[in-house]
Design a protein around this ligand. Structure first.
Ligand code: TIU
Length: 230
């Protein structure tokens, strides 16, 4: 059993084989000027603060050969998977499918839709392309997790109260034991990040737990070292 200090109480994982790191939408479209987040009028550079901590967690998972899932919010070039309501929403300077400085906004395969180079997936890591905010809607994520025997998810990425929270709620309803990683998720609105973390762990962990990268890494690495020693 792996025990991670967390809120509202310790989080336990029966075995390292059962946990996955889920990295939500660390894409240029949300992280850099000229992308979708910027077109919606957001303070885009503030998302950069989590890159070093999230990278440390990703590298820890790679060192321990644990399961890693990356997601990207994107649409087909013909927008056949994008509801008209989503295209109309926001009244930003550019909308989904429009040509921007990094290619077409939120379109799969465009330069601006890719994951930032610091966190680029490696071969063997699962990559989920998702048309919605949640990572389970219209994707093979649940069947992939079932096939791998994953029951516990450490959820990270951007933005805390949109795609990260939606994914965590979808996962919780599907029976996964979820942690939202406090210093590996960020929002354009600092108060929304704080509120989301509080909402998740209120009422005895109604949606799950929150924990820090340092506490997670320490617990996972101690367990792996114990396994080597025995
Ligand atoms: N706008 C915003 O905060 N987020 C999104 O549109 N997508 C994700 O959170 N990935």
């Amino acid at each position: 059993m792996i025990t991670i200090p967390a809120q509202p109480y310790d989080y336990e994982i029966p075995d390292l084989s059962q946990v996955a790191l889920v990295i939500i939408d660390m894409q240029r479209d949300f992280m850099e000027p000229g992308g979708f987040g910027d077109a919606l009028g957001n303070d885009v550079p503030r998302l950069q603060t989590i890159v070093p901590t999230l990278k440390a967690l990703l590298e820890g998972f790679r060192r321990l050969s644990l399961t890693i899932v990356h997601t990207l919010e994107c649409h087909q070039p013909d927008l056949s998977d994008c509801p008209p309501s989503k295209i109309k929403r926001g009244k930003g300077t550019l909308t989904i499918g429009d040509q921007g400085p990094m290619g077409r906004i939120l379109i799969k395969g465009e330069p601006g839709n890719g994951i930032i180079p610091e966190l680029a997936p490696l071969p063997g890591e699962t990559v989920i392309y998702k048309p919605g905010k949640g990572a389970f809607y219209a994707t093979p994520l649940q069947s992939i997790l079932q096939e791998k025997g994953i029951t516990h998810l450490l959820i990270t990425g951007v933005t805390t109260e949109v795609c990260v929270q939606t994914t965590m709620r979808e996962a919780n309803d599907r029976g996964y034991e979820c942690v939202m990683v406090e210093d590996a998720t960020e929002s354009y609105f600092p108060e929304f990040k704080t509120s989301t973390l509080e909402m998740v762990r209120a009422q005895g962990g109604i949606v799950g737990w929150t924990a820090s990268v340092a506490d997670i890494l320490q617990a996972l690495e101690q367990t792996a070292q114990r396994a080597i020693a025995t």
